[in-house]
Design a protein around this ligand. Structure first.
Ligand SMILES: O=C(CO)[C@H](O)[C@H](O)COP(=O)(O)O
Ligand SMILES: [Fe+2]
Length: 223
């Protein structure tokens, strides 16, 4: 499968959000990555339902919503209503993760589980066949523009092995500090979806930056 690129609108220009949504529409990106922060699970607050609904109104690609909030069960229907196609909750924020994942799928969305840098892949052993996507945080969640954590490569490989062991068809998404310098190595380790915020929006030509990430070809790299 060709890898997917999900620019994170956390790093967009909120005063001109429609322009940045249009840029992503016109680019070779596959998804919109939407980071929701509650000031409790993470030490930052991003945006809520009205902003996501507005993005969804203009977006021509699926919304990949990353919830960094405690007790996300309270809001699953609301995220469906504002247009989430993939809904990812944090392992560390869910007491009854299996129930949460089941509910997300019942609502007709793809269900993702995210793990923080300190959380081992092994905790996913008993949920891996129930999820559509696992998001590996490659920075501590809460802010864009942070430095990539190198241990992420080991975690991607461990997750790939866990998926193979259980015959689980799961997309592996990597989020935090991803750029054109580490992207190919991430794909080689087994990543399917690359999130990029700062790397895209701080670039002189964001659309070109997305194209650079999209055109990476792991087969050429392996030859
Ligand atoms: O979930 C996130 C932060 O918690 C963001 O998706 C992530 O940080 C992407 O931004 P950048 O590429 O700038 O690191
Ligand atoms: Fe994210």
């Amino acid at each position: 499968m060709k890898h997917l690129i999900a620019p994170s609108i956390l790093s967009a220009d909120f005063a001109n959000l429609a322009d940045d949504v249009e840029m992503i529409n016109e680019s070779s990106a596959d998804w919109f990555h939407v980071d929701v922060m509650d000031g409790n699970f993470v030490p930052n607050i991003s945006f809520g339902f009205p902003v996501i609904a507005a993005v969804n109104h203009y977006a021509k690609k699926p919304l990949d919503v990353h919830l960094m909030i405690v007790d996300p069960d309270r809001y699953l229907e609301d995220f469906k209503k504002v247009g989430a196609k993939v809904l990812t909750v944090h392992y560390e924020a869910c007491t009854h993760l299996h129930r949460t994942v089941s509910k997300i799928k019942e609502l007709g969305m793809k269900a993702g589980v995210a793990i923080n840098p300190h959380t081992p892949v092994s905790v996913l052993e008993d949920i891996i066949t129930d999820v559509d996507l696992v998001l590996i945080m490659s920075v501590n969640p809460g802010f864009g523009g942070q430095k990539f954590i190198e241990n992420t490569y080991n975690k991607i490989k461990a997750l790939r092995e866990l998926c193979n062991k259980h015959n689980a068809e799961v997309l592996i998404e990597v989020d935090g500090g991803v750029n054109k310098h580490n992207a190919l190595a991430l794909l080689k380790a087994g990543a399917d979806v690359l999130v990029a915020g700062n790397a895209v929006f701080s670039a002189e030509d964001p659309k070109h930056e997305i194209a650079e990430l999209k055109k990476l070809n792991i087969e050429v790299f392996q030859a």
